[in-house]
Design a protein around this ligand. Sequence first.
Ligand SMILES: [Zn+2]
Length: 235
Amino acid sequence: MAGEKRGGWKVPLAGFAGFALGAATVLLVVWLYVRERGPLTSSPAPFPGSTAVPAAPGAPPAIPSPATPPQPGMSPPALSPPAAVPPADLTGRDLLLPVQGVRREDLRDTFTEARSQGRVHEAIDIMAPRNSPVLAVEGGRIVKLFSSDRGGLTIYQFDPTGTYCYYYAHLESYAPGLTEGMQVARGQVIGYVGTSGNAPPNSPHLHFAIFRLNAQKNWWQGQAINPYPILRPER
Ligand SMILES: [Zn+2]
């Protein structure tokens, strides 16, 4: 009788322990997932008061971006590993420099620079005075106006063929009247340089990225492409 009682008591206990272990594992996986999202935007070179945190030892590599769009306030989306060579159809378009008053020779290639939490920059930072006009690099459609913790006020613009997405981040403000779905022309003012998101308050700049959209044409998914050799081609 006593043996039966103990046995009857141990089985549910073992079941509960198994359940707790499983739940803890799921929570850990979810936490790692949320924590590792989004290599898109970050601050330029280390600066005082930076909130950058070094990657934890053994932290998993960046994971594919999710099937559902990020919500406002979340990190900007993660991208697939970058393309090795800039696509010829992009280099041939003579894209406009996205900040008024900046010369091509002022650009710096910071595409492969490391950022916090083991991320890679996968963009270039174009330094400019606060409120410098941000210009559409070519014509296309404003697909998303997104506010994220790292990117701050951002714009996602598709190119005219829906092949590529241009990403403008750390804006001080949007151009008045700019809306999602709007068609913009090459050189149109779409926003103003600032320090929103995690940009250092004393280093206003435009964080500019290009990515190749995948078949679903989701604004939060794609393959990173280095804008530097496209915006500053060898002539
Ligand atoms: Zn940046």
